[in-house]
Design a protein around this ligand. Structure first.
Ligand SMILES: Cc1cc2nc3c(=O)[nH]c(=O)nc-3n(C[C@H](O)[C@H](O)[C@H](O)COP(=O)(O)OP(=O)(O)OC[C@H]3O[C@@H](n4cnc5c(N)ncnc54)[C@H](O)[C@@H]3O)c2cc1C
Ligand SMILES: NC(=O)c1ccc[n+]([C@@H]2O[C@H](COP(=O)([O-])OP(=O)(O)OC[C@H]3O[C@@H](n4cnc5c(N)ncnc54)[C@H](O)[C@@H]3O)[C@@H](O)[C@H]2O)c1
Length: 465
């Protein structure tokens, strides 16, 4: 017996779950959603993408204000504290919740508030915070439960000076020094935020270079600018132990180094939210990172159960999750499914980074002859006017066909700028050609000018051969 019945039941109302629910309703399915949190938006809106981007924006505005000659005469006696920027940044969350709630209301999608766990392949129970229980049945079920920070057992996350990317959003003071352990995307973004706020930051990287999936030149630029902004980047390190006391933390690294700071932000990895789902009941297992394996139609090993978003692991992006959710509905309805790959990267460090397509190292390894066209932001009128002149756009293209193979950018608005190139790169056949940028007229002054400069730079190099 069940209390509710649907065509599609979505567990989790983050980007993957929400987009699947919307696509389901628009395509004629009866859709129900289960969400453990008492507000919509998922971890994306409450703990991940949105708060971290809002924090960064607040810090960037403060940096611009303090460094702009126009405001130099204004003396702000109040120091900029973390709680102050957190308060400013937090204002976006209720707006996000309102937006997401409106989507569900307008599309008349019922949201069951509570934690879902499987009773059978087509049935889940939902227990709410008061202990009330509903049984919900559906032909197809999507697991879109997202992820949370990975917490190794030897780190005391209950200590008031130890944070992860969730609890840092509750920090009530402004440390003077901070260790950011883990230099993945989250670690690099938070290192930028806190160094922008004036903290002395030690960024501990387990690998030999920062964000090694990036083009080497961009990764090197990030290291340079983080260091330039006061971040001490330490590569190839791993932790031995962490000692905490009333005044701070001491991190002992396996290399023998000992680093002392007022607080530690642990940013090393994420775990899929699968432990509450009772997957054993239906014969489904998650891997050691709590992630569920899917095929290219986002189907798990059980035919009517799908998974999307962070719970399936790579690429673990809100951008990809939105598209994966829609793809799940296409799969359920036997329409053509887009497996989401080649998502651009948009990394909100200071400076910002974005790229799409292949890197120089990948093209070299694949023995594809390419040429490089570069434009430096300092040489564009728009960047000179805005004063944000740190940055570069780099276009990689095939030396014979001029097909664009990769676009790599760092500097202000890089994550927007990359889309101009992406649009051309995704054109079929010969329409994907760097000459587009040399033969089109762009608004001036804009950052699109960088594409023209980079294209001409690259084509001139080919013509010199
Ligand atoms: C600090 C940080 C910054 C980030 N920045 C970016 C960025 O700039 N750009 C980008 O593209 N991505 C970014 N990401 C990644 C992005 O936030 C995630 O990829 C995205 O949120 C994943 O969406 P999702 O739908 O899988 O789930 P989530 O957003 O994780 O939501 C899952 C939902 O499922 C619910 N849930 C879990 N278990 C159950 C259960 N058993 N029953 C009912 N409900 C349940 C949870 O309450 C939650 O609301 C960032 C992540 C972090 C942590
Ligand atoms: N701007 C953005 O696009 C943005 C911003 C922040 C986060 N994110 C997404 O969030 C995800 C997580 O970011 P991140 O910085 O934590 O790291 P990451 O994926 O780079 O992981 C950091 C380190 O932790 C290890 N690790 C990961 N999960 C683990 C687990 N469960 N157990 C043990 N070790 C584990 C990894 O091997 C790696 O060495 C990324 O995949 C990223 O796509 C994106």
């Amino acid at each position: 017996m069940s209390d509710f019945e649907y065509d599609l039941l979505v567990i989790g109302a983050g980007p993957a779950g929400e987009s699947a629910a919307m696509a389901g309703v628009k395509n004629g399915l009866r859709v129900g959603v289960v969400e453990a949190h008492n507000m919509l938006g998922g971890n994306c809106a409450h703990r991940g993408t949105i708060p971290s981007k809002a924090l960064r924006n607040a810090v960037k505005q403060a940096i611009a204000y303090h460094s702009h000659p126009l405001f130099r005469h204004i003396h702000d006696s109040q120091p900029l504290t973390y709680p102050r920027i957190l308060e400013a940044a937090s204002q976006v969350i209720p707006k996000q919740v309102e937006l997401h709630t409106e989507y569900f209301t307008r599309n008349r999608i019922r949201v069951h508030e509570g934690v879902a766990s499987f009773l059978a392949k087509d049935k889940v129970e939902v227990i709410d915070s008061q202990g009330a229980r509903d049984v919900v049945a559906a032909k197809d079920i999507l697991i879109a439960t997202g992820s949370r920070p990975y917490r190794p057992t030897d780190i005391d996350f209950d200590h008031p000076r130890v944070y992860d990317s969730d609890t840092i959003l509750e920090m009530k003071h402004t440390p003077r020094t901070l260790i950011v352990f883990g230099a993945g995307v989250i670690g690099c973004e938070y290192a930028s935020i806190f160094s922008g706020l004036g903290l002395k930051v030690d960024l501990i990287n387990g690998r030999e270079r920062l964000l090694s999936f990036l083009d080497d030149e961009i990764s090197d630029a990030l290291s340079y600018h983080l260091r330039n902004n006061g971040v001490m980047v330490r590569h190839s390190e791993s932790h031995d132990r962490l000692e905490c006391d009333d005044h701070g933390v001491t991190l002992y690294l396996k290399s023998g180094k000992r680093i002392r700071a007022d607080a530690l932000l642990w940013c090393n990895g994420r775990t899929g939210n699968t432990d509450s789902l009772n997957l054993e009941k239906i014969g489904l297992a998650a891997n050691h990172r709590g992630q569920i394996k899917v095929d290219k139609a986002y189907r798990t090993e059980i035919e009517n159960i799908y998974a999307a978003g962070d719970v399936i692991g790579w690429p673990s992006l809100a951008s990809a999750s939105f598209d994966q959710g829609r793809s799940v509905v296409a799969a359920i309805q036997n329409r053509e499914v887009r497996f989401v790959e080649n998502a651009p990267t948009g990394i909100y460090t200071i400076p910002e980074i974005s790229s799409v397509g292949r890197t120089e190292s990948e093209l070299t390894a694949a023995q594809i002859p390419y040429e490089v066209g570069r434009a430096f932001f300092k040489d564009t009128a728009r960047a000179q006017i805005s004063g944000e002149d740190v940055g570069m756009l780099k276009i990689l293209f095939h030396v014979d066909t001029h097909e664009i193979l990769g676009i790599h950018c760092f500097g202000a608005e890089a994550s927007e700028i990359v889309h101009i190139g992406q649009a051309i790169m995704q054109q079929p056949g010969e329409a994907n050609n760097i000459s587009y940028f040399a033969t089109s007229t762009f608004n001036y002054p804009t950052m699109a000018e960088a594409y023209r400069v980079a294209a001409l730079n690259g084509l001139n190099r080919v013509n010199r051969r």
